[in-house]
Every structure is written in C-alpha cells, then in structure tokens.
Design a protein around this ligand. Structure first.
Ligand code: 6CS
Ligand code: FE
Length: 301
C-alpha cells in the first residue's frame, strides 16, 4: 500500500485512524464569525449554534420551493444516466438509489439553491469568510428498509480522507419530505462537536466505495459513543418538508434505518471556508474523488 500522504507543511491537529482511538478537545472555534455578524441568522441563533453545534430552522424553504426541489430530486433519481454515474450510490439490499453526490454541479436547480443568500449567507456568517461547496448530495432514504448512517463525525472523514485541516466547515440538511420521529431522521449529540474522536484503524484504499454505503473506517467505539451519549444526550430532528438543520462538521451524528412507507429525503450541502481549503489527506493513502471532496475552491457567489 502506498505510504499515507500526510502533508509535510501542515501540522496535523487532529490525528486519527492510527492504532488506537484517541479523544481530545477541539482546537478550533465553533463560530468563526463574530456573534453580531450581519446575516440571516440572529445573534441568538449564532450563540445556540456555538453551544450545541447545530441550529434547526422550521421553515427555510416555502411549499412552492419544496415542490420544485422534490421534483428535481425525483427527476435525478429517475434518470438512467444519473443512476449509471459514479456519483450515485445505491442501497446495498434494494439497489434503489441511496444518494446522488455533487447535485449542485449536475443540476442547475440545486446549483441555484447553493447560491441562495438564505443558504450561503448563513454559511458565511458561521464560518466568518467566503465559502465554497466541499460536497453536496441528495439522500433519498426511500421507505421499506432504506439504511441509516451509523454514528460518525463528518470532520473525521473530511480531515482524514479529504485533507480539510481545520474545523471550519458546516453542513445544512434541508428536508424535502416530512422528517418524522419514525422514518430515520438525523440524530445529533448536542455539544459533541467540542470533542474530537480520533478513530482506530487505517483507511483502506478506495474506502469511499464502501463507506458511502456503510461506513467502517472512522467509526467510533461503543465505549466512546456511550460516554459521549451519557454526557450530551441525543437529539432527534423532526420537521416538515422545508425545515433545515445546520450542524458543525464535528458533531457526532447518525440516522436510523427507514422501515416506514414514508421516504426521508433531504438535500445536504457542505460549505467549507476558503481559508480551510483541502490539502492532502491526513490519514488516507489517496484522495477521494472530487465529486465527494471538492478541489475547486471558487467561492460561492
Ligand atoms: O463520507 C462523507 O463525506 C459522507 N458520509 C457521511 C455518512 N456523512 C458525511 C458525508 O456525506
Ligand atoms: Fe455525516
């Protein structure tokens, strides 16, 4: 296996995927912009985000917009050329489409969503700079058995495999269908973003081919998850179509399977600060493809 290509010039603040699991305090701010930074988030929103690592909004999109984006999701999922594309990940059992990546580039409709000031304006407020899209995806999570996403920190993967140096990255998950308390909604441990959990076990070659279906490398131990859950609790996010959850890149989060008849579809956009551009992976033999970890750092305008 080729040697892990760690960067020679940048210090690795968050060692992970070594022989043993290591828990350490976060070394980066949560809120990179000042709490009185003008923008769509109120000062209360920003303080709550800093404390919890997330901020939920009841209504980010109105009903007409939800109809537009849901129709676009359904169009992409029904398009054979999209299914054949490497950006599409299927459910291991049903072979139904689980996710489609880089939707902000393959779809003009989702491209417009990314540039919407209600979205990118909030990302700039939280990250205190211009931002670019590190990753976007639609998660279809159809009913009748769609798989969940086991507990993980996104930053652990984006640091190890995509080479993001610091925790200056934020995700927004926008519900395009009702997120019920039964159909596999997002769960976050409030406050877990202040602890970095370096996971045990080296990253296999081409890890993304498997990890986007079922993550293995970068999975926390039962013991670590138990102490984080005991300390922080677990919050399940429910909300109508059009609601959204903004969450810090290092929140410990996951979601359960969806065995109901009701799909839990969302669009998921990851904004990274232009001051935190991806370098070489910190703990992986090779980079992941650009549709999963962008290498175009052009700020969203
Ligand atoms: O590996 C990734 O980049 C993706 N995996 C998960 C489970 N969440 C973040 C991201 O979409
Ligand atoms: Fe995730």
């Amino acid at each position: 296996m080729s040697p892990t290509s760690a960067t020679s010039t940048l210090t690795d603040l968050y060692p992970t995927r070594g022989a043993a699991e290591v828990s350490a305090p976060r070394q980066d701010p949560v809120l990179w912009g000042a709490p009185d930074t003008p923008g769509p988030f109120t000062a209360d929103d920003l303080m709550a985000y800093q404390r919890d690592g997330f901020r939920a909004l009841d209504r980010l999109l109105d009903d007409d917009e939800v109809t537009l984006y849901r129709a676009e999701l359904e169009r992409l999922v029904a398009d054979p050329s999209v299914r054949a594309d490497e950006r599409s990940i299927v459910e291991p059992k049903s072979k139904e489409i689980r996710s489609v990546f880089e939707v902000h580039r393959i779809s003009e409709v989702f491209g417009r969503l990314v540039r919407d000031e209600r979205i990118v304006g909030r990302a700039r407020q939280l990250l205190g700079s211009d931002v670019y899209v590190h990753q976007s995806r639609i998660n279809v999570k159809p009913g009748f058995g769609a798989g969940g996403f086991y507990w993980h920190s996104d930053f652990e993967t984006w640091h190890a495999e995509d080479g993001l140096p610091n925790m200056r990255t934020v995700s927004v998950s926008i519900a395009l269908t009702e997120n019920l308390d039964t159909n596999g909604g997002l769960m976050i441990m409030p406050g877990s973003h202040r602890t970095f959990l370096g996971c045990a076990g080296a990253t296999p070659e081409d890890n993304y081919r498997k990890s986007l279906q079922m993550q293995d490398a970068g999975t926390p131990s039962d013991g670590a998850l138990t102490s984080l859950a005991d300390e922080h609790g677990i919050r399940l996010f429910t909300g109508g179509a059009g609601s959204a959850t903004w969450f810090d890149c290092n929140c410990m989060h996951g979601s359960g399977d969806n065995i109901t008849p009701y799909p839990r579809s969302n669009v998921f956009i990851v904004f990274n600060s232009v001051q935190n551009q991806a370098v070489e992976p910190f703990a992986a033999p090779v980079r992941r493809p650009e549709f999963v970890g962008a290498r175009d750092f052009t700020p969203v305008r």
